[in-house]
Design a protein around this ligand. Structure first.
Ligand SMILES: [Zn+2]
Length: 246
């Protein structure tokens, strides 16, 4: 199992304390890596949330620029808002409504946060892309075999199938917005000093531009497991995220 350690953040606006938890790097195991760069370990994303909505005063703040991390002992006597109240804006990803709400939060952040530097916009748009891909990501390995293997009871499996179906319907309904975000993310990534050709090829693939994705792959000399899998998915004209390892 992955073990976690606590950390503390302070809202620069109202000075409230927020407590969080992060995976101890030496305990991360059973990680899953997906083609869009998302890494999940024990059902939790490994990457840290960069922008926080304060549960006390509802101000957004960037944690890496404006926060102080404190030792637990320093905080004795302080009230700290729990991780569940601010992590992923408090959205419960085990419900269909929570997954939709997370996407709406990212769109809201993009609209409201000013000033917004291009590298910050990339962070938010990438998080938004992940939130969209989360609508079907964990359904990729879901099959009736899980019932035969006693992983789920039939009733739990049916409930989960309905959950995945609702997420997928929302993903289909949001295609115009999904594409809008992806194209803007591509444009911003191309403007960075040294854009990674494999990462860009993956973004173009997800956007359905297989010709451009194939052109980018041609510029890469290395042939890793990821690059080979990417080529196969481009050749088949498949847009959905796939599991690279784990
Ligand atoms: Zn605050």
């Amino acid at each position: 199992m992955t073990s976690f350690e606590n950390y503390y953040l302070q809202c620069p606006c109202c000075k409230s304390w927020l407590t969080g938890k992060q995976a101890k790097s030496d305990s991360i195991n059973q990680s899953l890596l997906y083609s869009d760069g998302m890494i999940i370990s024990d059902l939790q994303p490994i990457s840290q949330q960069k922008i926080v909505l304060c549960p006390a005063c509802a101000a957004f703040f960037w944690r890496h620029e404006q926060t102080i991390e404190k030792d637990e002992a320093v905080l004795q006597g302080f009230h700290a808002y729990p991780w569940s109240s601010w992590h992923l804006f408090g959205c419960n990803l085990l419900s269909n409504a929570g997954r939709k709400a997370l996407i709406k939060h990212y769109w809201y952040v993009l609209e409201k946060i000013r000033p917004l530097e291009e590298k910050q916009e990339i962070v938010i748009r990438k998080s938004l892309l992940w939130a969209y891909n989360d609508l079907y990501r964990d359904a990729l390995s879901f099959s009736i075999k899980d019932v035969y293997n006693d992983k789920f009871s039939l009733q739990s499996w049916l409930n989960l199938r309905l959950f995945h179906k609702k997420n997928r319907l929302f993903f289909e309904a949001e295609q115009a917005e999904f594409q809008k975000n992806l194209l803007q993310l591509i444009a911003l990534t191309e403007k960075t000093p040294e854009p990674d050709a494999a990462e860009l090829a993956e973004l173009y693939r997800e956007a359905g531009d297989f010709k451009k994705a194939a052109e980018l792959i041609e510029t890469i000399d290395r042939r890793t497991h990821f690059i080979n899998s990417l080529i196969k998915h481009i050749q088949k004209g498949e847009r959905l995220v796939f599991k690279v390892a784990g």
